[in-house]
Design a protein around this ligand. Structure first.
Ligand code: G
Ligand code: G
Ligand code: MN
Ligand code: NA
Length: 254
């Protein structure tokens, strides 16, 4: 497969980039952080979505390399922003289910951050509910080691997987990300409103914060803020932006 061969060379050829989507504090609109999202700039195909190449990377066994590149790049970007006085409090980086099963994940992550000169407190790792629940006791151990090193842990796409609530309560999480599938039909859908409300209540009782993703309308923003979501992310505020475009976006907000 041509794409697979190309992907194996993408890191060495500098074809991967990160884009950054702002996450805003619901209460006052200030910047809570950004989510880093991978893009592959293919010389002939143009920009390839992670939806298309992450599964290939997982299948051919190079997801760790891609994931570690993304973490290192996000960490280097944070160091650069700090040095230049650009205040981005935190960056969220997605982890694939496969990476998550590396026995030495925490040590590798620590080494990547050390090499970049980045602090663990600046980094939030996003893992999907499906990844965490596939092997919950391994997940709990791996997450505990990451949290001990000072990283924040977010459960991505929350509500779409098969969490047993008993298992969820045992995971050392900091954040639940309400899946955008539950946000899309707000505020009209009574069932989605009930889900959003239940997730906020659960998170609050467990001492976690809630990030709502896929916020596209002012009515959704208002509803989610009123419901008690802590942080909001979506096209209403900004699309995923290149580092330079994010800097311009921040400067324009004052
Ligand atoms: O930006 P969006 O279309 O870009 O992302 C699509 C999907 O790809 C999302 O589910 C997102 O979590 C995933 N994704 C984006 N960047 C990364 C990454 O660096 N690593 C992993 N494992 N998944 C990513
Ligand atoms: O699965 P994960 O949450 O990591 O994916 C982030 C994905 O969500 C990316 O593909 C990103 O481009 C997309 N995204 C971000 N904001 C919005 C939004 O407001 N609406 C929609 N439809 N997608 C969004
Ligand atoms: Mn994510
Ligand atoms: Na998500």
């Amino acid at each position: 497969l041509a794409l697979e061969t190309d992907l194996r060379r993408a890191v060495a050829r500098d074809q991967l980039v990160l884009v950054y989507q702002p996450q805003l504090v619901a209460a006052d609109g200030s910047l809570a952080g950004v989510e880093a999202l991978l893009r592959w700039q293919h010389p002939e195909r143009g920009t390839v979505s992670p939806l298309d190449f992450i599964p290939i990377a997982e299948e051919v066994g190079i997801i760790a390399e891609l994931g570690e590149w993304a973490l290192g790049e996000a960490a280097r970007q944070m160091v650069d922003w700090r040095r230049r006085g650009i205040d981005v409090p935190r960056v969220a980086v997605n982890l694939s289910a496969r990476q998550f099963h590396d026995a030495d994940l925490a040590e590798r992550i620590e080494a990547i951050l050390a090499e970049a000169g980045a602090s663990a407190e600046w980094i939030e790792l996003e893992i999907t509910e499906t990844a965490a629940m596939a092997h919950p006791s391994d997940a709990a151990q791996a997450l505990e080691r990451l949290r001990d090193k000072g990283l924040q842990i977010a459960m991505d796409d929350f509500g779409t997987g098969h969490s047993s609530l008993a298992t969820l309560c045992k995971l050392p999480l900091n954040v639940l990300k309400l899946d955008r599938g539950f946000v899309h039909h707000l505020p009209d859908s009574d069932t989605d409103a009930a889900v959003a409300d239940a997730v906020v209540t659960l998170a609050c009782r467990l001492g976690l914060s809630v990030v709502a993703e896929g916020v596209e309308t002012e009515a959704q923003r208002q509803f989610l803020a009123d419901t008690g979501c802590d942080v909001l992310q979506g096209f209403l505020f900004a699309r995923p932006l290149s580092a330079a475009a994010l800097e311009a976006w921040l400067a324009a907000r004052g």
